[in-house]
Design a protein around this ligand. Structure first.
Ligand SMILES: NC(=O)c1ccc[n+]([C@@H]2O[C@H](COP(=O)([O-])OP(=O)(O)OC[C@H]3O[C@@H](n4cnc5c(N)ncnc54)[C@H](OP(=O)(O)O)[C@@H]3O)[C@@H](O)[C@H]2O)c1
Length: 331
């Protein structure tokens, strides 16, 4: 396994594996024994970067979520793990009540007020059974709350030792920049890690999303790529890189959002490079992301050890400059 540093500009950087494991479905769609087997396998392969959120996976049973954090807490305790693993969690998108429809979720998010942040962090510490959250992301935007309030509350958690590093997910580029500028001016910790969707196939940017009529805010936009280039200590943790199995499984064929111009050519290039490298399309996607600029850490989900192993093997796959250029230039 290769490792890289996140939070390089802070006093508390962490070394994390070049591949991150998503625990979103652990404790719901993936029962606890299978989740433990996947986690043990990841750790044995040198993986140490694990992702969850305080709201995973509320939509599975109409609850408020928390299953995934609880499973990770029990796994960490049962294996006697401390700083060997870096468990990232998120707050802000936990429903304030049970029984919410997916389409209505934004209206009932706990949000990013100071009070909501303090309460959510306390609960995540408890569910994970730790004294400090390794990495805490603001999960979604909360336009109801002044950014300065969110920034101060998150910064206070780092100052108080309850949180190691801060990150941000699904926020527009201008909010990321403004929040980081506010944090810097106030002398508190700011966002050091990004978490946005990125894969080899391009996601359309012209479709409205449930969270914004201007398009899906969770994509690693051109603005964010440019911002990351100017701020080289930032890294993106790229969620859903395998399109939930869409590259290889007819039952998971990508939907309308992946009908962007150029994607047919990209699929052609992917098939060609997979054949040349004797790898699977999933592995080529992950290898492409791992060598991406600005840098990405692919964040994969897996519901079996075999699926995870396919992704782990991608860490050993190196694309030549020519193969990378052909993938980049297919359109
Ligand atoms: N920040 C955010 O807003 C956000 C949003 C979404 C996800 N995330 C994070 O990102 C993580 C990954 O997201 P994701 O689950 O959407 O990721 P993904 O890696 O794109 O999809 C995972 C699913 O793909 C299938 N799969 C995985 N490996 C496979 C393989 N080798 N062959 C065939 N199918 C395979 C499995 O489906 P089956 O279970 O059906 O077999 C698996 O559950 C989540 O766990 C979560 O931590 C964050």
């Amino acid at each position: 396994m290769r490792h890289l540093t996140i939070g390089a500009a802070t006093a508390a950087p962490r070394r994390v594996s070049a591949l991150a494991l998503g625990a979103m479905r652990f404790g719901t769609a993936t029962p606890e024994p299978a989740a433990f087997a996947i986690l043990d396998h990841f750790l044995a392969a040198g993986g140490n970067f694990i992702d969850t959120a305080n709201n995973y996976a509320w939509w599975h049973d109409g609850s408020r979520g928390g299953h995934s954090e609880a499973v990770l807490g029990r796994w960490r305790a049962s294996r006697g793990l401390t700083d060997e693993v870096v468990i990232a969690t998120k707050l802000g998108a936990r429903p304030t009540r049970a029984g919410v429809e997916f389409a209505d979720r934004a209206a009932v998010d706990e949000g990013l007020s100071a009070a909501a942040i303090r309460a959510a962090a306390r609960e995540s510490l408890e569910r994970l059974g730790v004294e400090r959250l390794d990495l805490l992301y603001a999960h979604v935007e909360d336009p109801r709350v002044p950014l300065a309030e969110t920034v101060a509350a998150l910064g206070a958690l780092v100052a108080g030792g309850e949180v190691g590093l801060l990150g941000v997910s699904n926020h527009r580029a201008w909010r990321v920049e403004r929040a980081r500028a506010l944090a810097s001016a106030a002398g508190v910790a700011g966002y050091e890690v990004l978490q946005y969707h990125r894969s080899y196939l391009q996601h359309r940017t012209d479709l409205p999303s449930p969270r914004s009529r201007f398009g899906e805010p969770g994509l690693l936009s051109a603005d964010l790529c440019d911002y990351m280039t100017a701020e080289p200590d930032l890294v993106n943790v790229a969620y859903s890189p395998l399109l939930a199995g869409g590259y290889t499984r007819p039952d998971k064929a990508p939907g309308e959002e992946y009908t962007a111009a150029g994607n047919a050519a990209r699929l052609g290039a992917l098939t060609e490079i997979a054949r040349e490298t004797d790898a699977t399309p999933n592995q080529v996607v992950l290898a492409w992301l791992m060598g991406d600029s600005p840098p990405s850490i692919p964040l994969v989900g897996a519901s079996s050890v075999d699926q995870l192993q396919e992704s782990l093997d991608a860490v050993e796959l190196t694309l030549s400059a020519d193969q990378r250029a052909r993938l980049d230039e297919a359109r």
